[in-house]
Design a protein. Structure first.
Length: 466
């Protein structure tokens, strides 16, 4: 992988931008906004996708496969950290002396001088960003935004708005969230992750302290998360608003109802408002409280902000229903950290009724799996009724001997609660063989695990026909 060099200059003017890895949700969103700004856009990705096709329809010159010839006459090249240093387009751009910038720098270029809300945290960033954006639109605003996932009711992960306000999901994984000139910082939680970049828990926490103290207007931070409390102790910012379940939270959540879509009461500065969401899970009530706190810093009344949360229908790959067969509902969720997996399964438990939860887990990256395999096993065994364990999705990493899905399944206390199988069709067939009417199947992981869903539904239908 290529680590971002944030010391590299960002060009003042860009006329033709080439995106290496343009098909990803974040990169495709950036590319659309560059098109909106009147900039010629080209790009490549290793496989065709709906994102590539949509960009082509908007006028971008897109290519399937990486080739130096794809670079054309671009004056600026935008890349992610996921590409290899040997990428031919990356090498030619360097040879030509073009501006070669990380995607975070491209986003920084787009934001330039606007009032910025940056949403950071180990978990909940995408949903919280989506909640803020949809609520702002419900309240009559027209913000610019770039999110890490598609917002369900908007059908987009990014958009150019008419207002000066810009809302982004700020990525802490490689430290690039420190690049932005943030006005209002939202910290959902600080659960140590990405230690391959930071090296230690202390460095991870210190980065969030720096992020918070750099905000020009306000910091909104969890009152409950242990990591957030540790960061809070180091924050010297004069305007900090806490949110959560704690009695001393500035915006406190009480009276949570989890029977189906979650509801709660929010109280701040003596005023209270009832909030009803369209999505399940206590974690979503907490995410929404953080979003409401942000809206109050932007000048909206508590009751109006709470009411605006009702329209949020979720984000793609966050507890997303894909289909049903033989009385079995099949969902997908992006969760790839033990804390996220627990939140997703707890939310599913509120809607599954008398049925069981069957998790299909694809561990993400060898480093995270090696570091957290015991935690994954404990969470899955506790909160799912049965787990089907796939092999690791390596993403940007090379394989590590002995680090496979079997490492996680072997850490289960009761081996009857888990079944490790590397072959996807066998995994789908096995899932169909153990699922029964009323059960919920959920795929978990931020790799390509969602692509097994058609095989699972097909196996369920075949079993029904048999």
């Amino acid at each position: 992988m290529i680590r971002p060099d944030l010391s590299l200059p960002i060009p003042d003017d860009i006329t033709a931008a080439h995106f290496i890895g343009i098909g990803g949700s974040g990169m495709s969103g950036l590319a659309r906004m560059f098109l909106d700004a009147g900039i010629r856009v080209s790009g490549s990705d290793r496989a065709d996708s709906a994102n590539l096709q949509a960009l082509a329809a908007l006028g971008a010159d897109v290519h399937v496969g990486h080739d130096a010839a794809n670079l054309g006459d671009a004056d600026t090249v935008v890349h992610t950290g996921a590409i290899w240093p040997e990428n031919p387009e990356f090498l030619l751009a360097k040879e030509r002396g073009l501006h070669v910038i990380h995607r975070s720098q491209a986003l920084h270029w787009l934001i330039r001088g606007r009032r910025l809300v940056s949403v950071a945290g180990a978990h909940g960033k995408t949903s919280s960003t989506g909640m803020i954006v949809t609520a702002l639109q419900e309240l009559g605003a027209d913000p610019n935004f770039v999110n890490g996932g598609v917002i369900e009711q908007l059908g987009a992960s990014s958009s150019s708005g008419a207002d000066d306000l810009f809302v982004i999901e700020a990525d802490e994984s490689d430290g690039t969230f420190l690049l932005y000139d943030t006005s209002v910082a939202l910290i959902t939680n600080v659960d140590p992750d990405h230690l391959d970049h930071y090296g230690s828990d202390e460095a991870f926490h210190d980065a969030f302290v720096t992020f918070a103290n750099a905000a020009s207007e306000a910091v909104v931070i969890s009152s409950d998360d242990p990591g957030a409390l540790r960061v809070r102790a180091g924050i010297t910012h004069p305007n900090v608003i806490s949110f959560g379940l704690a009695e001393d939270a500035d915006l406190r959540i009480t009276d949570i109802v989890t029977d189906g879509p979650v509801a709660a009461t929010l109280t701040m500065h003596g005023a209270s408002a009832r909030m009803q969401l369209a999505v399940p899970g206590v974690h979503n009530a907490i995410n929404a409280a953080g979003a409401v706190a942000v809206l109050t810093t932007l000048g909206y009344a508590l009751a109006d902000a709470a009411r605006a949360m009702e329209g949020f229908a979720g984000t793609v790959r966050r507890l997303e229903l894909h289909g049903s067969a033989r009385g079995v509902s099949v969902y997908d969720d992006y969760s790839h950290h033990p804390t996220e997996v627990r939140a997703a399964l707890e939310a599913m438990r509120t809607i599954v009724g008398e049925g069981r939860i069957i998790a299909i887990q694809q561990p993400h990256t060898y480093s995270r799996t090696q570091h957290m395999y015991r935690e994954f096993a404990e969470v899955l065994e506790t909160y799912a009724d049965h787990t089907v364990m796939l092999d690791v999705y390596g993403a940007r990493e090379d394989p590590v001997p002995g680090v496979t899905g079997e490492l996680v399944s072997g850490a289960f206390a009761d081996p009857h609660h888990v079944h490790y199988v590397a072959d996807w069709q066998q995994a789908a067939d096995y899932t169909a063989s153990v699922a029964r009417d009323g059960d919920y199947v959920i795929t978990l992981g931020c790799g390509n695990v969602y692509q097994i869903i058609p095989q699972v539904l097909g196996a369920l239908r075949t079993t029904a026909e048999g």
